[in-house]
Design a protein around this ligand. Structure first.
Ligand code: SF4
Length: 386
């Protein structure tokens, strides 16, 4: 049956003209034509299904056409780096090694202002984190653990003939005889905990870890790291100082001022300010949740529904837009230039590059390839991603 479209969804023939039909969008290595060419099941991730739910067009552009903006998203890059640092830290608890990893990630921090800004933040965040948690009350069971599993129809118990799901969990930890997923989150907001209950991804992953890896996960420990908003002081130019001085003199009853030119803040001074900031309790905090069984049932049903809708969209070659999502994160969607352009080919050439479908699976340290092969996941997908 044709899926219901909600009021926020705009279907545009004009916009669909910008894209080739779905068959043409499918790279051979995506395994996306499974069922017709018999190349194996299509490997999917939470990110794919989440994007499909939010905007089908964005999902097709990212996962079928493999397009990403030429300029990487700096927030995503920072988050990935911190995740790597946290895996290093929890693996070896060697801060020196973690800081060296950050130095290597920003080789031009001395000359490049953008790199320097992020380098400062990453160094201060990880130094503060190590100081905040010198000991842990949990034991690490696995880090960056990759899993792959079938997608099950909850009504019949049959597995999908078209898709499998793979993902990577930040950590699996044990407290007493209970197992939890350890989920790191870097954020600029302090009020994230209210939104955590709706975290579709982590609950889905918890279910797969239980079913596939046979580790009886009972809940999640969210490990929140807040991004400090402090900026390194730039100091004043001679002209700025003179203007400020003149203003102070004009207001002064004695006709004098002791004002001095503000000099740029040194790296050491800025790191010290950041260190003090990261000593504040709200900059790192953890929240433990137990997952009620009922949440698993809802998520399994929703995932299945998404697969069925994806099959319909793929069969019709029609991934419609959801324009209500274009500015969802207060900034334009990565595909806004493409969706709003008349000449899609030129926009693609100038603004986008092509990548493997599931980059987030890169660097998984513990890949259970035997298991994945049993699932008939097209092996090149993982070779490319690893
Ligand atoms: S710009 Fe809007 S319609 Fe286009 S892909 Fe992004 S969210 Fe979807």
């Amino acid at each position: 049956m044709e899926p219901q479209r909600d009021n926020n969804t705009v279907v545009s023939d004009m916009c669909n003209n910008h894209l080739p039909k779905a068959d043409a969008l499918l790279p051979p290595e995506s395994g996306g034509n499974e069922g017709r060419s018999g190349r194996g099941k299509m490997l999917t991730t939470y990110s794919l299904w989440n994007l499909f739910r939010n905007c089908r067009r964005a999902c097709a552009l990212r996962y079928l056409q493999g397009l990403v903006p030429v300029e990487p998203d700096s927030n995503l890059s920072f988050g990935s780096l911190i995740h790597e640092c946290l895996a290093l830290w929890h693996g070896e608890r060697n801060l020196e090694k973690v800081l060296e990893h950050i130095n290597q990630a920003y080789p031009n921090a001395a000359q490049d202002e953008e790199q320097k800004k992020t380098w400062h933040l990453a160094i201060a965040m990880m130094t503060g984190y190590a100081a905040r948690y010198p000991q842990e009350d949990f034991q690490i069971v696995a880090l960056n653990k990759l899993f792959g599993g079938k997608i099950i129809n909850p009504a019949t118990g049959a597995s999908s003939r078209s898709f499998v799901l793979a993902g990577k969990v930040n950590g699996i930890v044990q407290i007493g005889d209970e197992f939890f997923l350890l989920e790191h989150k870097t954020t600029s907001q302090l009020d994230v905990t209210e939104k955590l209950w709706a975290d579709f991804q982590i609950i889905l992953y918890a279910w797969y870890v239980r079913e596939v890896l046979k580790i009886p996960i009972v809940g999640i420990i969210y490990d929140i790291l807040v991004k400090a908003k402090l900026q390194q002081g730039k100091g004043e130019t001679e002209a700025e100082f003179e203007a400020r001085r003149a203003e102070l003199l004009a207001k002064s009853k004695t006709g004098k001022t002791s004002a001095q030119r503000k000099l740029p803040e040194s790296d050491e001074e800025f790191q010290e300010r950041l260190r003090i900031k990261y000593g504040e309790p709200e900059m790192f905090f953890r929240q433990k949740f137990y997952i009620p069984e009922s949440r698993y049932e809802v998520l399994k049903s929703e995932l299945w529904e998404l697969t069925q809708n994806f099959l319909i969209a793929r069969r019709k070659g029609y991934f419609y837009q959801n324009t209500a999502f274009c500015f969802h994160f207060q900034t334009p969607c990565a595909y806004y230039p493409l969706c709003s352009a008349d000449n899609a080919a030129a926009v693609i050439e100038n603004n986008y590059r092509t990548v493997d479908p599931h980059e987030e699976l890169k660097a998984a340290q513990d890949m259970d390839t035997e298991f994945l092969e049993k699932l008939r996941i097209y092996p090149e997908q993982f070779k490319k991603a690893a």
